[in-house]
Write a protein that binds this ligand. Structure first.
Ligand code: CTP
Length: 420
């Protein structure tokens, strides 16, 4: 399997853009200053980045900083005398595996929609057959304007360019609304997935659960467990970084660019997972779901009584993964986790079979310093085709990347099977 990962600050990051050339078109908006970070991200993923500036972009970012960060000459002028005999727009057009226009102003969007070629940037885009991604950034009223909407629709539907939707927020001018350029990490992830690099999960809908459920006893107390949610969140981040359409159902509050549904109890988790399950390609149940909940939840705080003993009646919670394993479509993938304190392999393989899972990720919770609450873990991955893989201690994100690799290969197998 081709390796496309590297360790940065003890975190594994997904690369995958080696040998890919991205031509970054920068038009004249305030968000142009963010291009320096964007170039760094793309280069960090292995890409070779060439920048083309529109005339106005010079006002916001300098060719010197762009060429220093990209480590390539910056292209600005259509009629420059240079070493190569080929016109610059044709040379750039052939060089690009992918064209990314970020930021894309209302002006460049309008020009591209109507085939206007009045500078190097517009000319080379028209001359190229590469995929084009557009990351608009402008004032909310300009973004909302029917002319811009119409032009974006031409780009998206007629020319098949992919629009990376801007985000909501406060603009440099102080206005609030949609128009902020998408986050650099999101743009970089979409670039990777559009290039269909190895291990991509582009357009796969992946539902992930994280954390430990809490089952209320009274308004103050609950039955809980030690799960920190770190593994599930690492799973969701890794899948999102590979272009997946991620939904995280979590008992732990996190701010992310993908949707996070906050739940508390096993029943709430079941409800959220079931409502998303039909449309998902894979379910990854990382959460530690309480097997039992109090039969009755006291409305008031339970008081100490004179008796030495206190009995709490419990009733069984639904086994979410088990129920969904029974109704899953043939091409849906279900992955479970098993934290065991004894008989690791036999317990995990029984769960794999009993719950009709595709994979189970098993870990031994008796090993000190890894597991619950830790940033690291060591796991054994058992798969329904009989494979067994042992991953030594490593960051949870690295384990998540490994699971994403397996998931991406499974999706490829499914795709090949449906094609034949
Ligand atoms: N799981 C679930 N619903 C439950 C319990 C567990 O969906 N009510 C899922 C977990 O998210 C995990 C897998 O089942 O992916 C295995 O969880 P685990 O607690 O190890 O399995 P149990 O079947 O509960 O077995 P036991 O607690 O007896 O070890």
């Amino acid at each position: 399997m081709k390796k496309s990962k590297k360790l940065v600050n003890n975190q594994v990051s997904f690369q995958g853009l080696e040998n890919k050339t991205i031509v970054l078109g920068i038009s004249g908006g305030i968000a142009a200053y963010k291009c320096l970070d964007l170039i760094s991200s793309l280069r960090g993923m292995g890409a070779n980045v060439h920048c083309v500036l529109s005339h106005n972009a010079h006002e916001f970012v300098t060719p010197l900083s762009l060429s220093t960060i990209s480590r390539n000459k910056v292209h600005t002028n259509n009629f420059e005398i240079k070493d190569s005999w080929q016109p610059e727009h044709i040379e750039l057009a052939k060089l690009a595996d992918l064209i990314l226009i970020a930021p894309a102003t209302a002006d460049i969007i309008a020009k591209l929609a109507h085939g206007i070629c009045d500078d190097l940037l517009t000319t080379f885009v028209l001359a190229s057959k590469a995929k084009v991604l557009i990351a608009p950034a402008m004032n909310p009223n300009m973004y909302d304007h029917p002319a811009t909407k119409h032009n974006l629709s031409i780009l998206e539907h007629k020319l098949r360019y992919q629009i990376i939707a801007p985000e909501f927020g406060e603009m440099a001018c102080g206005d609030i609304g949609y128009g902020k350029m998408a986050q650099i990490s999101s743009i970089a992830q979409i670039v990777a997935s559009r290039l269909e690099v190895h291990g991509s999960l582009f357009e796969k809908k992946i539902l992930i659960t994280a954390g430990g459920t809490r089952e209320p006893i009274d308004p103050v107390r609950f039955i809980g467990n030690r799960s920190s949610g770190k593994m599930g969140i690492a799973m969701a981040d890794a899948a999102y970084a590979r272009g997946a359409d991620v939904t995280l159902v979590s008992t732990v509050k996190v701010e992310r660019s993908y949707p996070v549904i906050l739940v508390e109890t096993a029943q709430e988790m079941q409800e959220s997972v079931e409502s998303e399950f039909d449309t998902c390609d894979a379910l990854i149940m990382t959460a530690a779901v309480a097997d039992f909940r109090p039969l009755f939840v006291s409305v008031h705080k339970i008081k100490k009584s004179d008796s030495e003993d206190f009995t709490l009646d419990l009733t069984q919670n639904p086994d979410i993964i088990d129920l969904l394993g029974r109704v899953k479509r043939e091409n849906q993938i279900i992955i479970g986790f098993a934290a065991e304190s004894e008989e690791l392999l036999s317990n995990a393989s029984q769960k794999l079979k009993r719950k009709k899972l595709d994979l189970i990720i098993a870990n031994d919770i008796t090993v000190p310093e890894i597991g619950f609450g830790s940033d690291d873990n060591a796991v054994i991955i058992l798969s329904n085709d009989g494979n067994k893989e042992t991953l030594p201690r490593m960051p949870k994100r690295a384990i998540a990347e490994h699971i994403c690799d397996i998931l991406a290969s499974r999706f490829l197998e499914i795709k090949e099977l449906t094609l034949h």
